[in-house]
Design a protein. Structure first.
Lengths: 355, 290
């Protein structure tokens, strides 16, 4: 178990800043995800931690030891790659044993630890197979076993699930998460998949433009996004236009459609026109008479466990998700009412005022 | 439409490949068969070629120490050129792969350069460089590295140097194409598991480059073993190889049957060595070839 800190870490390629002034503390045994779209700097950050890419400035500290200028082979990082990067000319056992062999682990011990790693990823009995003889899911398990066999200080996962089909991916999320908990290993996951980040992580760092936009537990980041980017990147969000009516210190009254509500408002929000965010599952569908807002059902999609509605209202198109609890659902084209709790509305500093 | 395709399906591929087959038969198979037949004929200094069939020429070549030495010398030369091409070509390709695209393009032109120049011009150029008063010897003596000029021209060393220069591009192209198929993350995987750059190369990258090295080695060996112009011009009379020997048999001694037998033996030796090496390497690295 190790803790990891990034201190003012930056990487520039000529005029392009891939990662800028990144500060991050990962606690012992924590599972942290770097979540963001491609080009946000998450992979570059991981490669700097692994030692494949030298940082332009800043430092990487593991358990209080500076790692920045140490070669990748001396860092004790277990890395699982997107392509798995298995050695095609080596058997499963040789692949997993390679890291131990490099550490001059004695033969009997090596064999025992390879078996242990294989059992951990539930692949016992496949020692003699070659990567070309394995399925995609099995290859990924071998890659995980290979990274874990060396008992690394930190496990680095570089979009490890992106080559798996949806069902297998879901299973691996649960399995990898429970494995990480059981071993108590510190892990950093790089992903662009918000579901993956939310299901697996203790904390998520939402990244954009080479920096962290928001850092927090999945629930914090989802429920209280601090930027429009974070709000839009994690799940779907509805944007309503609101208007600041009264302002007293950091308290304000905001009017959205026909309703007003009181809220805290940061000083950097200028207004009076502001954007108000609400999650699709926090909106309620009802009869048009007793609702806050009236609209027509535009599109209705059935997902099995839930329904997705696009409702056309005077405030624009709103997305609403409804649990499938067997109740009669309004049809497309039917008039409906939409209501919400004022507590569920979020006002976020607009992108412009954050730079 | 579909039925007519199915109907003509059987004969069409044969019909379409007929021109190529005819060309292949006329230009390769027929001369080879004729050469093979010729090699069994006897030769008499007074009466020329005798239309008899026998193993005489083969026995003469296989039992005569003179020919044995020539065959061994040729094999050794081809092997030396192949090994040097591997030793130089593989690291050279690795360096190329790490270069910026602009430089890589430039160096590719430089490497492929020898193939763009006529064999005679290129070989004569080398003979100017390698002579006892040539640039190489002058430079070595000016630097005080040698007292006497070393014999490069009309020596095996010279022949091997020049053949390596010409055949290196084939090795580099073959290794390069094998390298393009590699997963770039594999190198990082090995490093993260604790292997230094050298171990990573030896244990992880090199085995995966084997298919490329093997095909490069086969091309280089086959070309070197049957090379004529370079051994003739750089090696001269002193360094006789199989190709120059059979030329002499055909055009100086006019002993065509003996020349034909030498040609057939060279072909057989080439095929046996190449197929044998191929088998061994493919078996040893079978997972990479899969």
């Amino acid at each position: 178990m190790s803790s990891l800190s990034l201190r003012a870490l930056s990487k520039s390629y000529g005029p392009v800043h891939a990662v800028r002034d990144m500060n991050l503390d990962v606690k012992e045994g924590e599972f942290l995800s770097l979540l963001g779209p491609s080009g946000c700097g998450k992979t570059t950050t991981l490669q700097m931690v692994a030692g494949f890419v030298p940082p332009t400035t800043g430092s990487i500290v593991v358990d209080g030891h500076e790692l920045t200028s140490i070669a990748p082979e001396k860092r004790d990082m277990g890395v699982v790659f997107q392509s798995y990067a298995l050695f095609p000319h080596m058997s499963v056992a040789q692949n997993i044993g390679f890291g131990l062999e490099m550490r001059r682990v004695e033969r009997g011990e090596l064999k025992r630890r390879v078996e242990e790693a294989l059992a951990m990823v539930r692949l016992a009995g496949l020692e003699g197979r070659y990567p070309s003889e394995l399925s995609g899911g099995q290859r990924q398990r071998v890659a995980i076993a290979r990274a874990l066999a060396i008992r690394p200080r930190v496990l680095l996962l570089d979009e490890p699930m992106s080559n798996l089909d949806a069902k297998l991916r879901g299973e691996m999320h649960v399995e990898l998460r429970s494995l990480q908990r059981r071993l108590g290993i510190t892990a950093i996951l790089v992903t662009h998949d918000q579901v993956e980040a939310m299901t697996m992580s203790d904390r998520i760092a939402v990244m954009t433009n080479g920096g962290i936009a928001q850092l927090g537990t999945p629930q914090e980041v989802y429920d209280r996004p601090t930027s429009e980017f974070a709000s839009r990147f994690l799940g779907h969000t509805n944007v309503l236009s609101g208007r600041v009516e009264k302002r007293a210190g950091d308290e304000a009254t905001v009017k959205v459609g026909p309703v007003s509500f009181r809220t805290k408002l940061a000083k950097d929000q200028i207004g009076p026109e502001i954007a108000v965010f609400i999650r699709p599952e926090r909106l309620r569908l009802g009869s048009p008479d007793e609702a806050t807002l009236r609209g027509l059902v535009g599109t209705r999609l059935f997902l099995g466990g839930s329904w997705i509605y696009e409702i056309e209202t005077e405030l624009g198109s709103l997305r609403i998700t409804q649990q499938n609890i067997g109740a009669l659902q309004p049809e497309e084209g039917e008039p409906v009412g939409v209501s919400w709790n004022a507590d569920d509305l979020r006002i976020i500093a607009t992108e412009g005022s954050h730079g | 439409m579909a039925s007519s395709v199915a109907h003509t399906g059987r004969g069409t591929p044969w019909l379409l490949s007929l021109p190529a087959l005819a060309l292949y038969l006329a230009l390769l198979a027929v001369p080879l068969v004729l050469t093979a037949i010729l090699s069994f004929n006897a030769f008499d200094g007074m009466r020329g070629i005798q239309q008899t069939l026998g193993w005489g020429n083969y026995l003469e070549i296989l039992l005569d120490g003179y020919y044995q030495e020539i065959f061994l010398r040729t094999g050794g030369m081809a092997l030396a050129v192949t090994v040097i091409c591997i030793v130089l070509g593989v690291p050279e390709t690795l360096i190329l792969a790490k270069m910026k695209p602009v430089w890589r393009g430039t160096f590719f032109v430089v490497i492929l350069g020898p193939l763009l120049i006529s064999v005679v011009v290129r070989t004569l150029g080398w003979s100017v460089l390698l002579g006892s008063q040539g640039l190489v010897n002058t430079a070595l003596r000016s630097l005080g590295l040698v007292d006497e000029p070393i014999r490069l021209l009309f020596s095996m060393t010279g022949v091997v140097i020049v053949l390596t220069h010409v055949f290196l591009p084939f090795m580099i192209i073959a290794v390069w194409s094998a390298m393009q198929r590699l997963d770039g993350q594999i190198e990082h995987a090995a490093r993260s598991l604790g292997a230094g750059p050298f171990t990573t190369f030896r244990r992880i990258m090199l085995p995966q480059l084997m298919p490329g090295i093997l095909s490069g080695a086969i091309i280089v060996f086959a070309l070197a073993a049957s090379a004529y112009a370079t051994p003739a011009i750089i090696g001269g009379r002193r360094v006789k190889v199989v190709a120059t020997t059979l030329y002499d048999e055909f055009f100086n001694s006019l002993n065509w049957p003996l020349g034909a037998a030498i040609a057939v033996l060279l072909l057989l030796a080439n095929v046996l060595i190449i197929v044998g090496c191929n088998r061994i390497v493919e078996r040893r690295f079978k997972q990479v070839f899969a």
